[in-house]
Design a binder for this molecule. Structure first.
Ligand SMILES: [Zn+2]
Length: 239
């Protein structure tokens, strides 16, 4: 336990919390900017089993913010590089890689037996799939999204919080939202939002009090908002 003594010395985690983390399985969908920060934090914190899911290759413009990748990795699969780097970080935990994009058909196989699902994607479609699957199966899901100078995160805990579609109802326009490839991203934003997601995941896994509000942080103007979200009665997922 010496490895995790800074965790266990923190009274809110303690030895019992650390043991719970060591027995937990987290699935991180997407290992880009957010996913890299989430995976790094959870691997170092000693989450017992981490499953990564991604099917992209590393591009030179990823290096600005995707902390698991270096110049020599450009052109390689994100998944294999991420798994190798995380195993170097912590050889005492299990790291598994699934080289697929999450979809409605493979969701059960990829996230079915997890204790928590954490969002490292940059698209709404897989988020809606994670949200629906996790609500149905009673698995906590930590949403995160970043764009330009700000990011958001929200914990979806079945029977305890509203769901993602209560916050962002699915419309025909959801795939037309602006993306980082169009309006850019300040590279510190995913570090902050991914770290908040990892912290919330740890809190949920050990049964500590987690955030029930939509957290919005803007690094350019330093605004930090916690927005209360109400369950929508007519939500097609959790209503
Ligand atoms: Zn809902």
């Amino acid at each position: 336990m010496k490895r995790y003594c800074r965790n266990t010395d923190f009274s809110e985690i303690g030895t019992s919390g650390q043991e719970m983390l060591s027995k937990s399985r987290a699935v991180i969908v997407g290992v880009g900017a957010l996913g890299g920060v989430i995976a790094t934090n959870l691997a170092r914190a000693g989450i017992g089993k981490i499953t990564l899911c991604d099917n992209d290759t590393i591009d030179i413009h990823n290096l600005q913010r995707q902390i698991l990748y270096d110049e020599g990795d450009v052109g390689s699969q994100k998944l294999t590089t991420a798994v190798d780097n995380l195993r170097d970080m912590n050889s005492e935990i299990k790291i598994e890689g699934i080289q697929e994009h999450l979809n409605a058909k493979n969701a059960s196989r990829i996230i079915g037996s997890s204790d928590i699902v954490i969002d490292g994607t940059d698209k709404m479609e897989p988020r809606y799939i994670m949200n629906r699957y996790c609500v149905e199966k009673g698995i906590p899901y930590v949403y995160g999204g970043v764009l330009a100078s700000y990011g958001m995160t929200f914990n979806i805990v079945p029977d305890a919080t509203p769901c993602l579609e209560c916050v962002f109802p699915k419309t025909k326009e959801f795939d037309k939202l602006p993306t980082c490839s169009e309006i850019g991203i300040v590279n510190t934003v995913p570090m902050i939002i991914g770290s908040i997601q990892a912290t919330e995941a740890i809190k949920i896994l050990i049964g500590a009090n987690y955030s029930k509000e939509l957290i919005i942080y803007d690094v350019w103007i330093h605004s930090f908002d916690k927005v209360p979200i109400k369950k929508r009665e007519d939500c097609c997922v959790c209503g």
